[in-house]
Design a binder for this molecule. Structure first.
Ligand code: SF4
Length: 427
């Protein structure tokens, strides 16, 4: 979502006559897009901003702005601690760059809705991000997002479809629908169509983009509807991959996180997804060391990961975000070394499942959208199931969908060759 916000800022700057350059030293304006989802991300953004103080001393005319979630949350503090900043731009005002450029330290104004017509400078010519809903109404107790991005606001369906049409016309191969809770799309749009608004959007997109690829990020497990699961096998454009953040396998911790689903209901949805699409890849996020997490709670998380056998998992140590409800919970987090040990055991369990998921691909012909040169030579890209695949292909194949045969697992990716019987049929 931050990446796409940067594309929106770059789009407006392009309209004003600016061009992208490779390094801050040769720029007239520098924007640092910050993230506050974890402490580490926040510190990195602040460090990048601090690094710009030397540039500003050498060339005071350079415009330097902080944007993103840290900007939304800490305008006054940013101006105090980084006095050379010219602007602090919150996430809901990325469409108003010209105002921030022209007014010295402009105040936050009213938010402005994104539309299909909002200028965007897309960083890829074949993969496009489309934000369909901003904000989040869920209030998970560990999460800062509702404070930095506000309440849910869905774009009207016809407006999203206009953007889809323009992407199809421009020859894009893949569309990634984005939202903090992407499958809450439409909950604020009034009476639903026959299926949920989100399913309706995917159906309409499939009609327009039948040869393309569609993904979405990130769905909330509690909002994964039966109508989407049953429609999915007929939606040829919708890739066979879902990133479904479970966060914990313990009902007690899920309640404390206010996730509004249980271990059992999560497992039921995984079962329904696999019955509808036996080859679907399921990836997840897990938080280890949440306040009050006992050994038994952690065991439940381990056993859920064993039971599901996720294709991949992003595992994080709990990072307290100031102002969130979790920081006020009475039970403390487990000691750091205990949390680190638990994280290591979970990583060990998960890596066996990740390896098994990769090994299952060997011998298959999979469609890969090639994205760029691989370090080891050839090109890398993503299969529909979101595995990273490397094949000996020339640069001319970047941005094309090519069927390849998976030969072997190489670390965390797959090596593939071009099957002679299948012509390289770019989509
Ligand atoms: S659903 Fe996601 S974005 Fe919303 S509060 Fe929970 S973790 Fe944060």
């Amino acid at each position: 979502m931050n990446l796409h916000d940067s594309e929106i800022v770059a789009g407006q700057l392009a309209r004003l006559g600016y061009e992208l350059v490779d390094a801050p030293d040769s720029a007239d304006a520098v924007f640092v897009n910050t993230c506050t989802v974890r402490e580490h991300a926040k510190l990195r953004g602040l460090a990048r901003l601090r690094e710009l103080s030397g540039l500003k001393r050498r060339r005071p005319e350079v415009f330097v702005a902080a944007m993103g979630c840290v900007a939304s949350e800490e305008r006054t503090r940013l101006f105090e601690t980084l006095p050379f900043l010219d602007a602090v731009i919150p996430t809901d005002q990325v469409t108003q760059v010209s105002r921030f450029l022209s007014e010295q330290r402009a105040d936050f104004g009213p938010s402005e809705a994104l539309t299909a017509e909002t200028p965007r400078l897309r960083f890829s010519s074949f993969k496009a991000c489309v934000t369909i809903i901003t904000g989040c109404n869920m209030d998970c107790t560990y999460c800062i997002v509702p404070r930095t991005r506000g309440r849910e606001k869905s774009r009207p369906l016809p407006d999203v479809l206009r953007e889809v049409d323009s992407l199809v016309l421009a020859g894009y191969r893949e569309i990634l629908f984005l939202g903090q809770t992407v499958n809450a799309y439409g909950d604020d749009l009034g009476p639903m169509p026959a299926d949920s608004w989100f399913t309706e959007l995917l159906r309409e997109t499939d009609r327009r983009f039948s040869g393309g690829r569609v993904r979405f990020l990130s769905p909330h497990p509690g909002k994964l509807t039966d109508d989407l699961i049953s429609a999915w096998p007929d939606l040829g454009s919708l890739c066979e991959h879902i990133h479904l953040p479970v966060q914990s396998g313990s009902d007690r911790i899920l309640r404390r996180m206010k996730r509004f689903y249980t271990r059992e209901s999560f497992l039921r949805k995984v079962g329904a997804l696999r019955r509808a699409m036996p080859d679907i890849a399921i990836t997840t996020d897990v938080i280890v060391g949440f306040p009050g997490e006992t050994e038994e709670d952690f065991r439940q998380t381990l056993s859920l990961c064993e039971e599901v056998g996720f294709d991949a998992a992003y595992m994080y140590l709990y990072s307290p975000r100031s102002g969130t409800a979790a920081t006020r919970l009475k039970d403390p987090s487990p000691p750091h070394d205990v949390a680190v040990d638990r994280h290591a055991s979970l990583a060990e369990v998960q890596s066996a499942h990740t390896r098994a998921s990769l090994a299952r691909q060997v011998g298959r012909v999979v469609e890969v959208l090639f994205e760029g040169p691989a370090r080891e030579g050839g090109l890398f890209g993503k299969s529909r199931a979101f595995h990273t695949v490397v094949a000996d292909l020339p640069l001319t194949e970047v941005g094309r969908v090519v069927p390849v045969r998976v030969e072997r697992v190489a670390g965390t990716s797959l090596r593939a060759s071009i099957p002679s019987a299948v012509p390289s049929c770019a989509a």
